[in-house]
Design a protein around this ligand. Structure first.
Ligand code: DX5
Ligand code: ZN
Length: 218
């Protein structure tokens, strides 16, 4: 299974998102990672379904929507309608997690569950059959540009081994502090999707940086 790169727009030029999508797509990103923050689950507020709907015509690759919100229940149909392809909710959100995952799949979208760095990885195990992706946060949610937390490596291994035990072909995505070095570590541990933000955006060789992530997974 080849690795996939989900390019995060969080720290991109938000006044020029159309160009940012094109740049990511042209450089070979497999999907666009959209961090939705509600100002409650996280301090900041970022993108809503209206933004996703406006961006959708400007990229052909899937939108990987990461809902860092207190209660995703009412938002899921809105993001599905706006054009999100993967919708990921947090285990820590105040919602019926199983019902939300079923709702996402019922809307014809891929369902993801995410856990924060301090959350015990076993808390996602009851949901593995209800989701397509487990998104392991390797930083505290809420901001780009933080350092990768190494403890996430053991979580990746634990999820991969549980998915294998259950015979599930699960995507494991890792979000936060991914660069060419940490990408190699997460892919080695069993992840197959890297969410990458500031490593790409802060590089003076954007295409080369994208390539270096892909090489880390080969
Ligand atoms: C953090 C977000 C991340 C962020 C990653 O709350 O979920 O997706 O954009 O950015 P970097 O790659 O800079 O850690
Ligand atoms: Zn994210």
């Amino acid at each position: 299974m080849g690795v996939l790169i989900s390019s995060s727009i969080l720290n991109s030029d938000l006044a020029n998102l159309e160009q940012e999508l094109r740049r990511a797509e042209d450089a070979g990103a497999d999907m666009i990672h959209i961090d939705v923050m509600d100002g409650v689950f996280t301090d900041s507020i970022t993108f809503g379904d209206y933004v996703v709907g406006n961006l959708r015509p400007h990229a052909a690759i899937p939108f990987d929507t990461h809902l860092m919100v207190n209660d995703p229940t009412k938002l899921i149909p809105l993001f599905a309608k706006a054009g999100s392809d993967i919708i990921t909710i947090h285990e820590e959100s105040r919602c019926d997690v199983a019902a939300c995952l079923k709702l996402i799949r019922g809307l014809g979208k891929k369902a993801g569950i995410s856990i924060n760095p301090e959350t015990d990885v076993k808390r996602v195990f009851p949901y593995l059959e209800l989701c397509d992706t487990v998104l392991i946060m390797s930083v505290k949610p809420g901001a780009g540009g933080q350092a990768f937390q190494n403890e996430s490596i053991n979580k990746i291994k634990a999820v991969r081994s549980e998915a294998d035990r259950l015979g599930l072909k699960l995507d494991i995505s890792v979000d936060g502090g991914i660069n060419d070095k940490t990408a190699a570590l997460i892919f080695e541990a069993g992840a197959n999707i890297a969410v990458v933000g500031t490593f790409l955006l802060g590089s003076d060789d954007y295409i080369g940086a994208m390539l270096s992530i892909r090489i880390a997974g080969s």
